[in-house]
Design a binder for this molecule. Structure first.
Ligand code: NAD
Length: 354
């Protein structure tokens, strides 16, 4: 079957990587990206695919029901990978309204539009709607707690995670109530190319490259489970093409690292790799730039994922170690200044977090 795939948020970090991945892995599939190009969206991420006429790009809001219906019908969409979202926890604390609009109302709008489209087509068995979510819906772990898994109770703590939790519930309700072939995934922190330079890893790198302070929240001992974005894209591809409708999968890298250890490693990699790319760092060693700042309100202490179900059901395993993934990421930011530099005026001037 030739799929007609709609990727929402495809000018953002993960969905941008997924768009590149899907086009390379499935050259027969029609791919359409719907993205509002908020501050976090960057058309440059997918410009080569647009110019090559490999994808159709539609600039628009997922809350715009007539637009969503038109795209679904015009393109005969059979598969939706829904990643458009407001995604930055710090921004959700200062302005939660946009998170409810996009993450909750936007997801509702997509589900309803896709349901109508699927009903009109006679409820095809092979169609799918993948709702991509986060491990932050599960709350925070103590150091010795077992990792989150698919049966962990929801306990969101920030406006961001609460809005994502709400959208997960909507997605599952549309599966149970209407039989819509919905899938849900909850993933740990991603890193890699095309990551907006406001999040922990890219901000550390661009500040290191510019000789500016690299802020670390609190005592730096908050722990995250890091996954290279390409491994996440492979997981999403497997779920969208092979999973049973109604399934939920947790995705994680089994790479728990404290923020301060991660930032220190990034500084060392920057010092090592910059000369190899002909880049002179304004401050070296980069560790001198690390600056502790007041903690974020309600900062979750630890996230970790047990990815046993997707490993057993779909044979997925992360393929990129954190050492290798971070090297690739540092090299990418060293060689893609033209991508990140124009974004800097829009980066909020506050401490970093993920
Ligand atoms: P991002 O902020 O980099 O990109 C979001 C994209 O959505 C942007 O291109 C933006 O323009 C677009 N967008 C925002 N509002 C829109 C709207 N109303 N209509 C259309 N487009 C809109 O996000 P990301 O970090 O790549 O995250 C993508 C998804 O994956 C999100 O749902 C997020 O919750 C989830 N997720 C992210 C991570 C992570 O580590 N980044 C981890 C797990 C899950």
């Amino acid at each position: 079957m030739n799929r007609h795939v709609l990727i929402t948020g495809g000018a953002g970090f993960i969905a941008g990587n997924l768009t590149h991945h899907w086009c390379a892995a499935h050259p027969q599939d029609r791919v359409v990206v719907l993205d509002a190009l908020t501050y976090a969206g960057n058309r440059a991420t997918i410009e080569p695919l647009i110019e090559a006429d490999r994808i159709r790009f539609v600039q628009g809001d997922i809350c715009d029901r007539p637009l969503v219906e038109r795209v679904l019908a015009e393109e005969g969409i059979t598969h939706v990978a829904h990643l458009a979202a407001e995604s930055h926890v710090d921004r959700s604390i200062t302005g939660p309204g946009a998170f409810l609009a996009t993450n909750v109302t936007g997801t509702f709008t997509l589900l309803e539009a896709f349901r109508a489209h699927w009903m009109r087509a006679g409820q095809p068995q092979a169609w799918r709607f993948l709702h991509v979510s986060t491990d932050e819906v599960f709350g925070s772990l103590e150091p010795t707690d077992p990792p989150f898994c698919e049966t962990t109770a929801y306990d969101p703590r920030s406006p961001y995670s609460a809005s994502k939790a709400a959208s997960d519930h909507l997605a599952r309700a549309w599966q149970h109530t209407y039989g819509l072939p919905v899938l849900v995934s909850n993933c740990s922190n991603n890193y890699g190319p095309y990551h907006y330079p406001e999040k922990l890893i890219p901000l550390a790198l661009v500040n290191g490259l510019r000789g500016q302070p690299i802020p670390v929240y609190g005592d730096g001992r908050n722990v995250r489970d890091w996954l290279y974005v390409e491994d996440h894209c492979r997981a999403l591809e497997l779920i969208l093409t092979q999973a049973e409708p109604g399934s939920t999968y947790c995705i994680g890298g089994r790479n728990e690292v404290a923020n301060i250890d991660l930032v220190t490693l990034l500084c060392d990699l920057l010092d090592e790799l910059a000369p190899l790319h002909g880049v002179t760092l304004p401050v070296s060693p980069s560790r001198e730039l690390i600056t502790y700042v007041n903690d974020r309100p309600g900062h979750d202490r630890r996230y970790a994922i047990d990815a046993g179900r997707i490993e057993a059901d779909l044979g997925w395993r992360p393929q990129v170690t954190v050492q290798e993934g971070l090297r690739r990421t540092v090299a990418w930011y060293l060689t893609h200044q033209a991508w990140w530099e124009p974004l800097l005026p829009k980066v909020v001037r506050q401490p970093t977090g993920q």
